[in-house]
Write a protein that binds this ligand. Sequence first.
Ligand code: GLY
Length: 363
Amino acid sequence: MRKPDVIIAGGGIIGLMTGWMLARAGVGVTVIDAGAPAATLAAAGMLSPSFENALHGGGGALAAFSQESLRRWREIAPELMEVSGVDLDFDAGGILAVAFDDFEAAAFAADAGGGDYLDRAEALAFEPSLSSSVRAAWFAKNDGQVDPRRARKALERALIHDGGALIRGKRVAGVARYVGNVAGVILDNGERLSARHVVIAAGARVDGVANLPKGAVFPVKGEALAIARVAGAPKRVIRTGKAYLCPKADGRIVIGASEIKDDWSLNPDERRIGALHACAMAAVPALEDAPEIERWAGLRPATKDGAPVIGPAPEGPDGLFYALGHYRNGVLLAPATADAVAAFIQRGRLSPSIAAFSAARFT
Ligand code: GLY
């Protein structure tokens, strides 16, 4: 383990991916994971820039950043699997968006870069598990998915394999300063750890560690369930306007997800889980009797404009960097975010790809 030059507050996919990128470049890095339920573990793991633009802010900059991060996933997934020995269940087989009414069709059609159009007959031939009431579909052949639980485990192993450190069960309560520079972090037990750079990648829980205007980052709870993959299940990720279905290699089909603003609770609501299940069954009726395996809820770290916050803290201290607020796409955006943080810390280079994501936009 090297002396930490960088401390990362947050052991979700953003913090771990950044930690691993730095560690494998020879930088001394420690990731601190408070042990709070990470949004990463609640995510379905879609890598789906093609159908998220209408749901996300940030305009063209975010769309380009999303596509770049998808490209980077394809590059790093084999390397991450090799280093960690963990099969990520990385699937680059495309995502099919399905519309059942004019409203959904208009939304998918309007989503820039949203894939190739299929009419009803073509959609049913392409994915025979779909309900015959499908109206139209769009296939984004470059989109895909990964299993976020496996990815997290892989990144923890890869971080340590490449010389980084992981501290579990301690929360970063504050950033220590010396004159105008970062001096390290103060943990919730009063312990101080020194470092020249601190990266805040703490999901929705950034109060006290990130100097952001009140309400700039807030939780959007998402509930999901997993059912067993039975005969007649779809081969690839299906999304409708109301739900998505992600078939996983371990035999689960993850169905998500609700959106409830400013709710910090982690209990899935019976009625909303039932509604998600019904929407998924409307798309793939053959799954109606598939047994439920689990249900859960997680907290997406959302921002006022839907785009992430990535960049140096505008009001300082020097050495403090934000990598947070990835809302619905933390898994997708992890590689491009980690690249940008690593470029800044290693070379002092502020990537143009993150110019639109500065926290300065909120002040
Ligand atoms: N990325 C999908 C979701 O947040 O539900």
